[in-house]
Write a protein that binds this ligand. Structure first.
Ligand SMILES: Nc1ncnc2c1ncn2[C@@H]1O[C@H](COP(=O)(O)OP(=O)(O)O)[C@@H](O)[C@H]1O
Ligand SMILES: [Mg+2]
Length: 351
């Protein structure tokens, strides 16, 4: 069942056309990561779904309730949309306890006291905060404060939860742990979630589906595997991973495969854009696809290795391809000098 539908949404803020026709769908139980560079419209899309921005055109439906429709002039106010929202810059009330922070919204809605107590305790327990109800925010770690902010929005028992960079206040290590429990929590509570992030690794780890925004439009949407392994455009390829970028000239095309050459080198690659012989191309290959070869293969090159960098879990090799830096990984230190480098044709994407 579809829990959230956005159709051809346009939003103008001030004089700026920010969202230019965004359409997306979320099924029940699905976690969607809204990914994109800063300024691409992620927060604007989330705020429009929540009812905090008024679009100029399009339709938004939450479960079976149309909450916005420009054609039918429907605009359901924020408080009547069944949503939880965790803002990027969440703030807990410093002089209220954890319990009071979470209970506050229910009190405003005049929920009976006993029910408030039960609901707050339940959500605190779900979030692993069961014993911390009496503490004040300054007595909590950053990660615990983040959970309280989440508890505050979950206490309304929303079907859909909107999270705007929910982990951005945490340091890198905590963030990696938090994305695991946050994903599990959303699954356990059978919620649907839209989670904004600008971090592609976080998006891939957390989400069932990724929607990548660029300049207020969806550049590509798909599973993490599709987005990482089969990007439709150079923008998506570059955004989703760590890459080598090689500029060259297409010399011949055979089906979806083509030859590309540069100064003193020639490689086979896969077409990911409609190129023809004579076109300039930007070739992309993920760092982890570059391997040292023992014997020459179809797509191996002899390249000078200029540095080996120790990363702890691997070595990073730096090669020079006629002035272009090529990086790859391996298990052992390699001294500077010529190496045979394999660049598998199926992983060299030509845009
Ligand atoms: N209130 C506003 N008035 C005018 N422009 C705005 C307003 N809020 C955001 N913008 C602009 O809208 C664009 C998208 O912003 P935002 O949705 O916050 O992007 P993101 O969350 O992806 O970083 C940006 O160019 C931003 O400057
Ligand atoms: Mg934002």
């Amino acid at each position: 069942m579809t829990e959230l539908t956005v159709q051809d949404l346009h939003v103008t803020l001030g004089k700026n056309h920010i969202l230019k026709g965004v359409s997306m769908e979320i099924k029940r139980g699905e976690i969607v990561a809204l990914l994109g560079p800063s300024g691409s419209g992620k927060t604007t899309l989330l705020r429009s779904i929540a009812g905090l921005e008024l679009p100029t055109q399009g339709m938004i439906r939450i479960s079976d309730q149309v909450v916005y429709d420009s054609a039918d002039k429907i605009e359901v106010p924020v408080e009547r949309r069944s949503l939880g929202f965790v803002f990027q810059s969440y703030a807990l009330w410093p002089h209220r306890t954890v319990f009071e922070n979470v209970a506050y919204g229910l009190k405003l809605r005049k929920v009976p006291k006993e029910e408030i107590r039960e609901r707050v305790q339940e959500v605190l327990k779900n979030l692993g905060l069961g014993d911390l109800g009496d503490r004040f925010p300054h007595q909590l770690s950053g990660g615990q404060q983040q959970r309280v902010a989440l508890a505050r929005s979950l206490v309304y028992k929303p079907q859909v939860i909107l999270l705007d960079e929910p982990l951005s206040n945490l340091d890198a290590k905590l963030r990696e742990e938090a994305r695991i429990w946050l994903r599990q929590l959303i699954i356990d509570l059978n919620l649907s979630a839209v989670c904004v992030t600008h971090d592609q690794a976080e998006a891939m780890a957390m989400a069932d589906k990724i929607v990548l925004l660029k300049d207020g439009m969806i550049e590509q949407a798909g599973t993490p595997q599709q987005m990482y392994g089969a990007p439709d455009s150079l923008f998506v390829a570059e955004f989703m991973g760590a890459n080598n970028t090689i500029n060259g000239l297409v010399t011949d095309v055979d089906g979806d495969s083509a030859s590309v050459k540069g100064e003193g080198w020639s490689l086979r690659g896969r077409l990911r854009a409609p190129l023809k012989a004579g076109d300039r191309t930007t070739a992309i290959v993920r760092l982890e696809k570059i391997k040292l070869a023992q014997t020459p293969k179809e797509n191996s090159l002899r390249l000078p290795l200029t540095a080996s960098l120790y990363l702890g879990n691997a070595w990073e090799y730096v090669f020079d391809l006629s002035g272009t830096t090529i990086r790859g990984y391996g298990n052992d230190f390699m001294p500077p000098g010529e190496q045979l480098v394999d660049i598998p044709a199926e992983h060299l994407w030509l845009f």
